[in-house]
Design a protein around this ligand. Structure first.
Ligand code: HEC
Length: 227
């Protein structure tokens, strides 16, 4: 077979597999999170500690790092983040014993440190809002994003008696917090990036002026008389 035919066949089969995959794809809502929104991250951290950390660890994150990045002072940290006498430098583990969790849920609740990196924010946002009633399940709910999820609808009490938009914002804040946890350096990286680009801009002007200065000599200097 000619090499060109081979390439064409390879391209065609890749395209075909993409479209087959896309057909089975689930619609995900846009999370619209913004990790530069500190108020949203603070609310997300508080909600995560209250509604999720009983089952899920975020083992790559420490309390004092959150306090520093989210501008939380000591009293706020102990009020909203640390309930069981943890130390500020500790990583955020869960009190739930792994073996028992496996027995209770079938699947033990995974560590969520990197879940925003592996699944994406839209996935998490839609997942948290995607619980629906299903009496055949142990917790009476199923999930439209993760079929037969063994996680209960933990946010039902938060949803109750709240306008829809407010609840959406809470879920968005939790998602935002998990996005931040997945890459805390993003906060610094993005703000530093602006300065780096500004610096490169100034450097460009200086370099351009320097180039003009050098080429003046090359064009009209000792090597070539002025036209
Ligand atoms: C009662 C225990 C429990 C609580 C509380 C809980 N979860 Fe879960 N969660 C689970 C279990 C169990 C799974 C595994 C589901 C599965 O794989 O079927 C899970 C799975 C997940 C997943 C999917 C992870 C993956 O990679 O598949 C995400 C995301 C998640 N939970 C987020 C949250 C968030 C955010 C909260 C707080 C609002 C929360 N969970 C509260 C038990 C819990």
């Amino acid at each position: 077979m000619k090499i060109r035919t081979k390439i064409k066949l390879a391209l065609a089969s890749t395209l075909l597999s993409f479209s087959v995959l896309a057909a089975g794809d689930l619609h995900l809502d846009h999370a619209n999170t913004d990790i530069s929104d500190t108020a949203s991250l603070q609310n997300g951290a508080k909600l995560f500690m209250n509604y999720c950390s009983g089952c899920h660890a975020i083992g790559f994150m420490r309390y004092n790092r959150i306090a520093k990045d989210l501008n939380l002072n000591d009293s706020l940290v102990s009020k909203h983040l640390m309930f069981a006498g943890e130390k500020p430098g500790e990583t955020i583990t869960t009190a739930m014993p792994k073996d028992a969790a496996k027995k209770w849920f079938g699947n033990p609740p995974p560590d969520l440190s990197l879940v925003a990196r592996s699944k994406g924010t839209d996935w998490i946002y839609t997942y948290l809002k995607g619980f629906y009633e299903d009496e055949s399940k142990a917790f009476g709910v199923n999930n439209k994003v993760l079929a037969n999820a063994s996680m209960p609808d933990v946010l039902w009490s938060l949803k109750e008696g709240k306008p829809e938009a407010e609840f959406d914002q809470d879920v968005r804040d939790i998602t935002n917090f998990l996005d931040y946890v997945g890459e805390p350096a993003k906060l610094i990286r993005t703000s530093l990036g602006v300065w780096v680009l500004l610096f490169l801009g100034v450097l460009f002007i200086l370099t351009y002026l320097l180039k003009k200065e050098y080429w003046k000599d090359v064009k009209y200097g000792i090597w070539r008389p002025r036209d």
